[in-house]
Design a protein around this ligand. Structure first.
Ligand code: FES
Length: 112
């Protein structure tokens, strides 16, 4: 499942993608030449809650962590672990991604 091209995802940015078959968006965060994928479901509540306060706004003000707008939880971008907020120690659900040779970002087959 193709999501975007690296050119559409500047370093330090995030985007949310709707994916057929998933009930939530997939968050993609770019850090240099790496991309990290997470389901847009905060683990604070069972069942999960979408985290952005506006379109594609998934990071805290400093851009250091994924932030949930509902109650302020912060998650590490590379591990998905909550390091601040009401769900401390819980983690986001990873969506394995791959960067293909042509620069497209896609969900790895095991990410569904
Ligand atoms: S729903 Fe995300 S911190 Fe409460």
């Amino acid at each position: 499942m193709l999501l975007c091209h690296l050119d559409e995802l500047p370093d330090g940015s995030t985007r949310g993608f709707k994916v057929a078959g998933l009930r939530c968006k997939v968050i993609v965060v770019r850090r240099g030449d790496r991309v990290y994928g997470w389901r847009d479901l905060c683990p604070h509540y069972a069942g999960g809650t979408p985290m952005a306060w506006k379109r594609d706004a998934y990071l805290n003000g400093e851009g250091t962590h994924i932030a949930c707008a509902a109650h302020g939880a912060w998650f590490e971008i590379d591990t998905g672990v909550c390091v601040q907020g009401p769900c401390l120690g819980k983690r986001l659900t990873r969506v394995p991604l791959e960067i293909r040779s042509d620069g497209t970002v896609a969900m790895a087959t095991s990410g569904r």
